[in-house]
Design a protein around this ligand. Structure first.
Ligand SMILES: C[S@@+](CC[C@H](N)C(=O)[O-])C[C@H]1O[C@@H](n2cnc3c(N)ncnc32)[C@H](O)[C@@H]1O
Length: 240
């Protein structure tokens, strides 16, 4: 799982991932919405609704990036949202957006590794990770850390790409992720690897039952998968 790296330099996967997101951070939001044809926004909305329906008020958004999900949760009524990430470039863009939205009192962004979270045990009502966990060096360690900082009965929500297995999701996915996305990604982000690393990392990441099992093996219970858009993405949820 961790063998897929952005650049295959002598740095660790974590260092390469942080470098890659620092590189693409100025173009990240534009590319996200452009390359997903805006569908990522509807996926995020569904994840946010699930968080609010769980009754969570104090939420941690791990691998928050430019804080889209954190901001959306705050706008929809979460009282306190903390976002953490290893890319200072992504966090800097996120902080500008938080201030622009007038949410400085609600959303706090800080540097923090999802595999070694800088928070005490039993702190948060819910934790979200959107399109982040696939980039972790050690996914099991990340899940254990999220379990540690969640309150008892708190819920983890993971929004992540999955590999659709059936027609027409499979064919759409292959065309889009293998050809269209790397082409436009390279042109706009100027990072030749970022958008070829993306489909490679999705392919290498355990999806469906394999990810549900991983959650259960690392301290969670009642793990569930909700597939989105013909299985191109999924929202996994599980309780501590
Ligand atoms: C594809 S972006 C997703 C950002 C945001 N969650 C979103 O939905 O747009 C992946 C993010 O994961 C972060 N990341 C990767 N590994 C991480 C780790 N071990 N701890 C914290 N953040 C990490 C990257 O820096 C990057 O900002």
């Amino acid at each position: 799982m961790s063998s897929v790296k952005p650049y295959y330099s002598n740095k660790t996967k974590k260092e390469e991932v942080a470098d890659m997101f620092d590189n693409i951070s100025p173009k990240y939001d534009f590319l996200n919405h452009f390359l997903s044809l805006g569908i990522d926004i509807s996926w995020r909305k569904k994840a946010v609704k699930m968080v609010l329906d769980s009754g969570a008020q104090n939420v941690l958004d791990v691998a928050t990036g430019t804080a889209d999900l954190a901001i959306m949760m705050a706008k929809k009524g979460c009282k306190k949202v903390t976002g953490s990430d290893i890319s200072e470039g992504m966090l800097a863009i996120g902080r500008e957006k938080v201030t622009r939205e007038g949410l400085d009192g609600v959303v706090t962004l800080q540097s923090g590794d999802g595999e070694n979270l800088p928070f005490p045990d039993n702190t948060f009502d819910a934790i979200t990770v959107s399109f982040g966990i696939r980039n972790f060096e050690n996914v099991a360690k990340g899940l254990q850390e999220m379990n540690r900082v969640l309150k008892k009965d708190g819920t983890l929500f993971v929004l992540e790409f999955s590999n659709p297995k059936k027609f027409p999701g499979k064919q759409f996915y292959q065309l889009h992720f293998k050809f269209i996305l790397p082409f436009w990604g390279r042109i706009f982000s100027k990072d030749t690897r970022a958008y070829t690393y993306l489909p490679e990392s999705v392919k290498a990441f355990p999806d469906g039952q394999a990810f549900l099992d991983l959650m259960t093996q690392n301290g969670f219970r009642t793990a569930k998968q909700r597939t989105l858009s013909l299985g191109v993405a999924s929202i996994y949820s599980a309780k501590k």
